[in-house]
Design a protein around this ligand. Sequence first.
Ligand code: BYC
Length: 469
Amino acid sequence: MTVLSDELIPNNVDLSSDRRLQRALEAWQPKFIDWWKEMGPDGFMAKDVFLRTAISVEASGWAHFDYVKMPDYRWGIFLEPRQADRKIGFGDHLGEPVWQEVPGEMRNMLRRLIVTQGDTEPASVEQQRLLGQTAPSLYDLRNLFQVNVEEGRHLWAMVYLLHTYFGRDGREEAEELLQRRSGDVDRPRILGAFNEPNNHWLSFFMFTMFTDRDGKYQLSSLSESGFDPLARTCRFMLTEEAHHMFVGETGVGRIVKRACELMKQPGGDVRAQGGIDLPTLQKYLNLWYTLSLDLFGGEISSNAADAFAAGLKGRHKEDRYAEHTVLDQSYGMNVVEQGTVVHKDVAMRTALNEVLRAEYIKDCQRALDRWNKTIAEEGLDFTIVLPSNRFHRQIGIYSDHAFTPGGELITRDAWNARRSEWLPTETDEVYVKSLMQPVVEPGKIAGWLAPPAKGINGLPEDFEYVRLA
Ligand code: BYC
């Protein structure tokens, strides 16, 4: 099935044939809407937003554009069509038929992966809740809302799996996904980065560039899963994720471009002209990039080894590898031993979080290369860099030590003394927030940001992407 049914909950999983499941999801739906109204974009629920909605999961037909009020968005359940005879592609069950039901012994591990994935989706909407009030243009405002509604749909994707395959436990987990709150001391979201404040559009663009990109790699490895319904839902989620990373990469790229224009003005002081200077941008990059590195989990992880062995979570594009059990392989990484960094080989299965993180880092670097090309083309001398994967880590083997952005091991005191060179300070935060004045006239754009290269879906830049009147 590729075309979506037009029921209360749009879906391509023949939901109406399972009345119990349908009723359970229809009972969850109003709670989701209540959560959306309470924790979704503040102040814009009644506005018409020019949004993309899925109407079919075929590549040619899933993107339908029209004005929608966000609470009326057609959140639904979309899985990629089943592939006949699909086999498990890695781990101890390599070559066996994929599972359509959850094998009993894998239930807990699988539930934990699905809940962790699901938890990030509403968390990001909560983090971005107030950003609409300071949007730099209607184009950007619309993109924020597009990202938000799709994160809402990704929550639906995980809740469908919990309700369908995990019985009462799954229903309870689905309730809890609506009860935790980003940044709440008593009921925080599960993963670190999703409890961090996202206070302004510089952080929003960094988040969609770096944190959504973790989403790409996590979804990609779950899309290899031997549990077929998870693989199929993640494959469809990846098509939506691509737009979020586009928003982040081009958003940062437009700040860079504007900073370059201002650097070339007489005096060249970017801040004096109301722009975001490149050293400040680098600090926010250092922050969001390292928070996102933490999302891959520990460098040495028995959880990662178990999930791979079980056939539940593979590597990014598993097909590219010649061998799929990795039993006799090792992976070299830097570890800290007796106060120095040494290179050490660890069993490949336990290093799989690090393998995925390494792919992610390469992907991030490609975006930096594009931004740096812009700077060079403007004739300016500045290079944006990714800090070392050891810098500012809160999860994994480097988190007990202090490293410079260059990767040099230093004392905690020395690190604290230099923190303000590397990460945003209170003063940076006050300055960046001072720039965040809303611009809501069609075609107009805030002074700290260059215009987009083109409008949405072939429309002009001055199209009224959100009707505020
Ligand atoms: N913060 O063995 P370890 C997205 C916990 S983003 C807090 O090192 P493991 C999106 C870990 O849970 C993608 N805790 O790591 C983006 C474990 O706890 P327990 C989200 C953390 O388990 C933008 C303990 O530390 N998807 O979609 O191999 C907008 C030891 O863990 C963190 C997924 O994450 C952390 N950063 O791997 C919207 C995929 N890291 O069990 C959406 C599903 C680790 O000892 N999740 N811990 O209490 C997974 O695959 C894995 O759970 C992880 C961690 C990759 C997160």
